[in-house]
Structures are given as structure tokens and as C-alpha cells.
Design a protein around this ligand. Structure first.
Ligand code: NDP
Length: 487
């Protein structure tokens, strides 16, 4: 590293960075030492609000390369033409823990990808799981409250966790995945990623299909058992962060193969599950995986804060050829993510280098805190106008779609919450089932209210009687289950 002259943030040389200016040798300190004032004041402002979820994470840059042309289904340039390469950035994270939390906690992992395409940034803000705990954004703040700290004790509260899940049976599928071996990946490199929601792809002729994304790890699935994960959490809470950094630094570039499931638009009206319910998967027997391309991570960020902490992702960051579906959780996220970043990083977060599109950007947004660059200079700042400048492009309009029915707050209570959780239980080996049951029993044991445990056991039982019975037995509640014919 070459030596440079130390300056203040306003660029003036600093004469002494070790001794503050004092009145006499023993002080007091003089307020005219403006370098000292600036240094202390900026230090006080080093932190920005941590993400309310997905606070702890790490990231890397890489490339996405198309291996199977998708132009039949989408005009999105990043998926068109075999060999097409697009730069990308990914951020992995846990969900519930704070910024300093241990990487090896049992939790879903964030798997948020930003593709820097020539028609804007496409953010695929996914997780390492194909489903989620809830399917309506209105439940999200309550759900996350149960995953965070109790307001009185400031401790995690298993009563709240299992109370909420037992009263939200749609969570059962995701709870089963979370409590299975895949609930603690060995590293971020050894887990799959999923877009989870259903999205819409539109081709150049305006024809649309529904799509789900699956990133399959090329490193193979590897997980940690509870004891190992807890031991690592104590010794090296940054284990996953370190693993990814070191792998890339050593030239061992991790990669994932991207597959999609494609559903014809009309099928969503008749499919045996609600195709937009994020607590459900589409069976791969009904909609097989189609290969799209390979994502390879090959470059570490130069500065964690600039490029990882300030990275902002929103599922609403679409590009031509990719649109939203009616998925109710997705619809809520379309608002919540951008809003979180406007609060956390600022209204001009897209101007920061890691978030900034690599294609030309012309819009009429002006001003706001931390407007960097030329703020649009003298260019046109409204539309319509008579003087030129950026104009809308009708070819980039979203495809029209039909909506029917009454506007209402519709409950899902009568829906099937159980069969896919049961399918997962039934595809596990006996060893995997044993560990799943042990993980759940260990997690539910501290719950102080038998009513909560019984309510939750009913859900497991409805997914598969063996599943429920084994958990009941593990909790010493094998008798008096109130499970009825509706099973
Ligand atoms: P399939 O047999 O066609 O697919 C099973 C899926 O389960 C594969 O994606 C497989 O992924 C995954 N899987 C295998 N072992 C495990 C495990 N121990 N933990 C989590 N996932 C695992 O069946 P269906 O598509 O009909 O789905 C059956 C059940 O599989 C679903 O109810 C769901 O719980 C689960 N699943 C389904 C997915 C989907 O998109 N359809 C995705 C992931 C899970 P892999 O090849 O990596 O092992």
C-alpha cells in the first residue's frame, strides 16, 4: 500500500492525527481543533439502521451465463441467447438475527440477487427455501415480532414463536423445511436458492407464462447438525461470511445452476393448489425444472459497508419481460422493500455504486438527501414537456391482465395447509425424519403452555399421523390428541 497524505473529509491536509489541540500541555481541549470535532462527529454517525430482517449477511459479485435460451417465454435480455452474460451481485443472510448474530443459527437464508442488465437492474430477492411461513403481507410484522426479542426480557421467546405458528397453520410447510436438516446449511455455497414467489414472464410477442425460479447449488447440499452449528456459533459467529470470502479469494468460485418451472397462464385457474400461494410449491412432476443458466461468484466486495451493507434489493425492481403475479406476499413486498431502503439508506439509494444500474438512467426524480452525481444537471425534469428529454416508452408497459371477483378480505382458513408438508415428511429418509422430530421437540420443549403444544401437534398430525405422533411422544403428550375426522 502506498503512503498518501492524510486529509480531512473536505480535503485539507491533517497536521496531527495523534494529539488534539489543548490549552497548555494538560488541556483542556480547544474547540478550534476542527479535525478532532469532525472525527468524533462522523464516528458517531457511522451506523445506519440495520435491516429489520436479514440484518446479518455477506455478499459477492459474479456473472450469470445463459445455457438455455428463454426467449420463447420471456423477452428479458438476461435470459435471452445462449452464452449471454450478465454481471450480478448476491447477498446471503439470516432472517431474524441482528447484525452481529451467528451465521449458523437455524433460520431461512436470504438469497438476494441483483442482475445488472442493459434494461435496468433485475432483483430476484429470494431465500434458500421454496416456500414461506405466511402468504399475506398483512401478517409479516406480527410474524417477525415473534422471531425477534420479547419486549420485556429482550430474549427470544419460544412461546411466541410456537403460539404464532400454531395459530397460522399455513406456516407448517416452511416450519418443516426449517426444522429439517436444510434449516442450517453448512455454508452459503452448499444451499439452493429460490425466487419462492410466482412471477410472470412475457415474451416479445406479448405472450405470458407464470414462472418459479430454482437455483441449485453445484457444490452439493451440505448441512450442519445442531451441536456442530452451536459449537461454531460460539467459536466463529461469522463462519458463513468467512467461508464465502475465503472461497472466492482462493479462486474456488461457487456456482449455481438456475432452473425455472413454467406454468401456462390458464393452468393457474385449475391447478390443484393456488399457484400464487407462497406457502405451496408447484410439484416438479407437474411442472418440471427447465435449465436456464449458471451463476458463478468470482469477486469479493472491496468494502463491506459500501457494497454489502448499503446494497438494496426490492422484488419490485423488474425489467421488461418480467412482471409481478397476484401472490399476496409478493404484492406486499413490492412496497415494503423499497420503503425499507428509502428509510435505511435514503431516497437516492439507487445512486450508490452497488445499486446503480450499469445502463443509462434518465428520469425526472430530483433532489432528496444525498443526491450524488449531477442530480440530472440541466436536463428536462418533468413530463409531458415541449423540449425533449426522457420520454416514456409504451413498449415497456406491463402486459394487461384480467381481474375478476369482489374486492374483499378473503380468509384462507378452508385451504389445505397440510398435504405438501406431509409430502415433504414422506420424502425424507428415516434418519432425516428422526433428526426433524428431534429438532422440533427440542424447539418446542421450552414452550410453557400445553395448549400451544397441542394445537401445533394437531397440525403435524394432519400433515402425517406418524409425524404428529412422534412429536407428541417426544414432548410426552402422546395421549388426548384432539385430532378429528377432518384429517
Ligand atoms: P419431487 O419429488 O418432484 O421433488 C422433490 C423436491 O424436494 C426436489 O426439489 C428436491 O430437491 C427436494 N428435496 C429432496 N430432499 C429434500 C429435503 N431433505 N429437504 C428439502 N427438500 C428436499 O416432488 P414435488 O415437486 O412433488 O414436491 C414434493 C415435496 O418436496 C413438496 O411438498 C415440497 O415440500 C418439497 N420440495 C418441492 C419443491 C418444488 O419446487 N416442487 C422444491 C423443494 C422441496 P433436491 O433435488 O435438491 O434434493
Amino acid at each position: 500500500m502506498t503512503n498518501q497524505r492524510l486529509t480531512t473529509s473536505w480535503g485539507a491536509p491533517v497536521g496531527d492525527n495523534q494529539n488534539s489541540m489543548t490549552a497548555g500541555h494538560r488541556g483542556p481541549t480547544l474547540i478550534q481543533d476542527v479535525h478532532l470535532l469532525e472525527k468524533l462527529a462522523h464516528f458517531n454517525r457511522e451506523r445506519i439502521p440495520e435491516r429489520v430482517v436479514h440484518a446479518k449477511g455477506g455478499g459477492a459479485f459474479g456473472t450469470f451465463k445463459v445455457t438455455n435460451d428463454m426467449s420463447k417465454y420471456t423477452k428479458a435480455k438476461l435470459f435471452n441467447g445462449v452464452g449471454k452474460e450478465t454481471d450480478m451481485f448476491i447477498r446471503f443472510s439470516t432472517v431474524a438475527g441482528e447484525l452481529g448474530a451467528a451465521d449458523t443459527q437455524r433460520d431461512p437464508r436470504g438469497f438476494a440477487v441483483k442482475f445488472y442488465t442493459e434494461e435496468g437492474n433485475y432483483d430476484l430477492v429470494g431465500n434458500n427455501t421454496p416456500v414461506f411461513f405466511i402468504r399475506d403481507a398483512i401478517k409479516f410484522p406480527d410474524f417477525i415480532h415473534t422471531q425477534k426479542r420479547d419486549p420485556r426480557t429482550h430474549l427470544k421467546n419460544p412461546n411466541s414463536v410456537w403460539d404464532f405458528w400454531s395459530l397460522s397453520p399455513e406456516a407448517l410447510h416452511q416450519v418443516t423445511i426449517l426444522m429439517s436438516d436444510r434449516g442450517i446449511p453448512a455454508t452459503w455455497r452448499h444451499m439452493h436458492g429460490f425466487g419462492s414467489h410466482t412471477f410472470k414472464w412475457v415474451n416479445a410477442e406479448g405472450q405470458a407464462v407464470w414462472v418459479k425460479y430454482h437455483f441449485k447449488t453445484n457444490q452439493g447440499i451440505k448441512n450442519l447438525d445442531n451441536a456442530t452449528a452451536e459449537q461454531i456459533a460460539g467459536v466463529n459467529p461469522d463462519y458463513h461470511t468467512e467461508d464465502l470470502f475465503n472461497a472466492i479469494e482462493n479462486g474456488d468460485f461457487p456456482s449455481w445452476t438456475l432452473y425455472v418451472q413454467i406454468m401456462p397462464i390458464e393452468d393457474a385457474n385449475t391447478y390443484r393448489y393456488d399457484a400464487f400461494d407462497v406457502t405451496k410449491v408447484w410439484s416438479q412432476k407437474d411442472y418440471p425444472l427447465i435449465e436456464v443458466g449458471t451463476m458463478t461468484l468470482n469477486r469479493n466486495p472491496e468494502n463491506y459497508f459500501a457494497e454489502v451493507e448499503q446494497a438494496t434489493f426490492t422484488p419490485g425492481s423488474f425489467v421488461p419481460g418480467i412482471e409481478a403475479s397476484p401472490d399476496k406476499l409478493l404484492q406486499g413486498r413490492l412496497f415494503a422493500y423499497g420503503d425499507a431502503h428509502r428509510y435505511r439508506v435514503g431516497a437516492n439509494h439507487n445512486q450508490l455504486p452497488v445499486n446503480s444500474p450499469k445502463c443509462p438512467v434518465h428520469h425526472h426524480q430530483r433532489d432528496g438527501f444525498m443526491a450524488t452525481g449531477d442530480n440530472g444537471g440541466r436536463s428536462m425534469y418533468y413530463e409531458p414537456n415541449s423540449f425533449g428529454g426522457p420520454f416514456e416508452d409504451p413498449s415497456a408497459k406491463q402486459t394487461p391482465f384480467e381481474v375478476t371477483g369482489e374486492a374483499a378480505q378473503v380468509s384462507y382458513d378452508s385451504e389445505d395447509h397440510y398435504s405438501q408438508a406431509g409430502d415433504l415428511y414422506r420424502l425424507l429418509s428415516e434418519d432425516e425424519r428422526t433428526r426433524l422430530v428431534a429438532n422440533i421437540v427440542g424447539s418446542m420443549m421450552p414452550v410453557q403452555y400445553e395448549e400451544i403444544k397441542r394445537r401445533q401437534i394437531e397440525h403435524f398430525y394432519k400433515a402425517d399421523p406418524e409425524y404428529g405422533t412422534r412429536i407428541a411422544e417426544g414432548l410426552g403428550l402422546s395421549v388426548e390428541l384432539k385430532v378429528t375426522e377432518e384429517v
